[in-house]
Ligand binder design. Structure first.
Ligand SMILES: C[S@@+](CC[C@H](N)C(=O)[O-])C[C@H]1O[C@@H](n2cnc3c(N)ncnc32)[C@H](O)[C@@H]1O
Ligand code: SF4
Length: 417
């Protein structure tokens, strides 16, 4: 009997997941309306770094002397404007994420003051998760001891790799020793939830480097590990350096997939569970803030370039520092652009981004958008189930193991369909 030829569809494998929908080029403006907040999450974007990494497209600038005090003064104004305008009567913050850029460049007292403002005016309670994102080498044990007192209970460390040579290729400022020191210091200070970021598919990275990164992370006994496939953005420094052969090449697609599978097996064996495309946690140590950004919850962002969502509206603060300052001086919310989603667009976003958490509850998605999944995306779901990329049980729609590998393709079926 002749074997049937199985044609592989031209799926992408580059992990360039759908991070926003509708796509940002369609964002125009949202009114600087008063918003009403219930259960929600808060993000602070600190848009400065000590050194700029070649792979990074986050909103950030090289830190210059004197920039932080100016930023903190503007932040205080922004907090005042939002507090004065929005309805925070029933506001209850479930998680706070201090990210960036490099949030750990903030002086300890500034972090304490920010959290105190949230407690006084924005509904922050003692039970909220509160994460400080840290670049290795920027905080020590005594800093963490001080910060725990003010409510920081989770620390996320940008380790990326346990090879100094690979870190140098990425123009990281720190070394492996700084990463190890920071994880040990955070634990000694009493941080109960320590998170490491690792990247694979790096220039010059071999399977052995990746296995070492995973093994050393496990040795540190941390609670949460993120494993990100390197995304190479066209026109960025890294793409140029690779093109000009200034760096060793990145591994091929098959090697990158083998690294993904290696991490999954090693982390699962060590007791971590995968709860998103890139996140693994010990039981009970999943990040509430990460889940909220994917599951359609409301979140309020402060700082230049910070994102927010309030029901059908999504927006981004202006990324231009001068404009951010000027709008605040005028007493305005510093919103750059945004959009109010139609019910169908909202549903597409909530399914596509919700699948980052591996499965999505369609009943919840319907309740938020007010339209029917069957009417809007019934045939899309049916086709993806037939292709073996999704499975459905009642109202729960899940990525299969093939679906996890080709997640970008699955998401785009909703956002581009
Ligand atoms: C805001 S950064 C981390 C905090 C801090 N600035 C640092 O670098 O240590 C968030 C994480 O996103 C990941 N990341 C950034 N750019 C990436 C890219 N191009 N591809 C894959 N992961 C990326 C990195 O693991 C990084 O630690
Ligand atoms: S330190 Fe973090 S935010 Fe800054 S450039 Fe590097 S990866 Fe990006």
């Amino acid at each position: 009997m002749e074997a049937l030829e199985v044609k592989q569809p031209p799926y992408r494998e580059d992990g360039a997941y759908v991070f926003h929908h509708p796509p940002k080029f369609l964002w125009d403006s949202v009114p600087e309306d008063a918003r009403s907040w219930g259960a929600y999450h808060v993000y602070l974007h600190v848009p400065f770094c000590r050194q700029i990494c070649t792979f990074c497209t986050f909103e950030r600038k090289q830190l210059r002397k004197g920039a932080l005090p100016g930023f903190l003064a503007s932040l205080a104004t922004e907090l005042g404007i939002v507090q004065g305008r929005d309805d925070l009567q029933r506001a209850h913050i479930e998680s706070v994420y201090l990210g960036g850029g490099t949030a750990s460049l903030l002086p300890n007292q500034a972090i304490v003051d920010f959290l105190q403002r949230l407690r006084e005016g924005f509904g922050l309670s003692e039970t909220a998760e509160c994460t400080l994102e840290c670049e290795p080498g920027t905080k020590k044990e005594c800093d963490f001891r001080f910060l725990i007192e003010s409510g920081v209970n989770r620390v996320s460390i940008g380790v990326q790799s346990f090879s100094d040579a690979l870190l140098r290729h990425l123009n990281r400022r720190h070394t492996v020793d700084h990463s190890v020191r920071m994880a040990i210091d955070a634990r000694r200070a009493g941080v109960q939830n320590i998170h490491l970021d690792l990247m694979y598919g790096l220039p010059g990275q071999h399977a052995g480097d990746w296995e070492t990164s995973i093994a050393r992370s496990l040795e540190l006994g941390v609670d949460h590990i993120s494993v990100y496939p390197l995304i190479i953005f066209p026109h960025e420094t890294l793409a140029r350096a690779l093109h000009q052969e200034d760096l060793p090449p990145v591994p091929c697609g098959a090697e990158i997939n083998a690294m993904r599978i290696y991490a999954h097996e090693a982390l699962t064996r060590a007791g971590y569970s995968q709860y998103s495309l890139t996140e693994y946690a010990q039981p009970g140590k999943e990040c509430r803030y990460v889940k909220a950004t994917w599951d359609g919850s409301d979140y309020l962002g402060f700082g230049p370039g910070a994102y927010s969502r309030n029901r059908m509206a999504v927006w981004e603060n202006t990324v231009l520092h001068w404009q951010y300052d000027e709008m605040l001086i005028q007493g305005r919310k510093p919103i750059g652009k945004g959009t109010t989603m139609t019910p169908r667009v909202c549903m597409a976003r909530d399914i596509a981004m919700g699948l980052c958490l591996l499965s999505v509850d369609l009943a919840r998605v319907e309740a938020r958008s007010g339209v029917s999944v069957e009417a809007e995306f019934g045939s899309t779901i049916e086709a993806l189930v037939a292709e073996g990329l999704l499975s459905r049980e009642g109202s729960i729609l899940s990525l299969t193991s093939q679906g996890i590998r080709y997640a970008t393709h699955v998401m785009k079926a909703f956002t581009e369909g």
